[in-house]
Ligand binder design. Structure first.
Ligand SMILES: [Fe+2]
Ligand SMILES: [Fe+2]
Length: 292
């Protein structure tokens, strides 16, 4: 597929999954793009997100190994990965409109060369299939909240539309992994505390290399050395600033539901307050770190 300077490599066996997608890149009203309402800070975040999303197929390979004897889940994971790849391509297309000099293919090649996940696993790195699915639920909770916040933060109409479409997909992905998680939970019987530990562990990994390195490949020249702390701070200072209380409240409900606690009520209200203050504190720390 080629549109102007926007190039992407062909999608492997995409025809079957294409038919099942809820939307296609051509459905976006690209003609409504308004260069005057582009926020350059958001362009940097969108470029980073495009890298991570486009890497979805590697996760499907990994999940295919973990769930090797579960064809229903493997099929669902392959479909899921194609939707994630489309998220990357749609975000990259928008970033290329905002910055026509940006080379998506070259940036993604750099990302792939420097950031890899184990794709030939035969067991989950989370210790169980339930644990794996809890971790996937956390990722989808994060992306669902993030794209909702990004859609509300931008006044650029095309980015708003793209982020709303992606946020709806991410919520469906959450439900997909949640339903499979419930199925495995009935066999594997993980207690609430164990599920909570896995969930919190995966949330904490948002400051690992996946996003920071994507920010670097999407935004910095290859001649510039990669510095994890600086790239994490640059990404997080921008991304965390987009959230409003309501996004954290909704995300907390999804986290609590996943670990088997009531998604609404006193626990949820208290946890949301704590998470909101922690988020704001972390965001200020990242801003200070960048300035220092
Ligand atoms: Fe996505
Ligand atoms: Fe997703």
């Amino acid at each position: 597929m080629t549109t102007g300077r926007f190039h992407c490599r062909p999608i492997i066996a995409s025809g079957y999954y294409d038919k099942m997608k809820h939307w296609r890149i051509d459905d976006v009203a690209w003609g409504a793009f308004d260069p005057g309402s582009v926020d350059p800070a958001l362009v940097k975040l969108v470029k980073a997100a495009a890298m991570v999303e486009r890497n979805g197929r590697d996760y499907a390979l990994y999940l295919g190994g973990v769930f090797r004897d579960d064809p229903d889940f493997r099929n669902a994971a392959n479909h899921w990965a194609e939707e994630e790849v489309q998220h990357g391509d749609a975000l990259a297309k928008w970033a290329t409109l905002a910055d026509p000099d940006w080379d998506y293919a070259a940036a993604f090649d750099r990302y792939r060369a420097g950031y890899t996940i184990k794709t030939d696993a035969d067991a989950s790195i989370r210790g169980s299939r339930t644990g794996e699915l809890i971790a996937r639920c956390m990722v989808e909770t994060g992306t669902s909240s993030y794209y909702t916040a990004l859609a509300e933060a931008t006044s650029e109409p095309v980015l708003k539309q793209v982020c709303k479409l992606i946020a709806a997909d991410e919520y469906r992905h959450f439900k997909l992994f949640y339903d499979h998680m419930r199925r495995y939970l009935s066999r594997e019987n993980l207690g609430v505390m164990k599920r909570l530990r896995i969930a919190l562990g995966r949330i904490g990994e948002s400051e690992d290399d996946e996003l920071a390195y994507a920010y670097y490949c999407g935004n910095d020249a290859a001649s510039q050395p990669y510095r994890h702390n600086r790239c994490t701070a640059a990404y997080m200072a921008g991304a965390m600033a987009l959230y409003r209380y309501r996004h954290i409240e909704r995300g907390m409900g999804m986290v609590l539901k996943t670990v088997g606690l009531p998604p609404r009520g006193r626990i949820s209200a208290g946890a949301t307050k704590v998470a909101w203050h922690l988020l704001q504190w972390r965001q200020r720390r990242f801003v200070q770190q960048l300035a220092g």
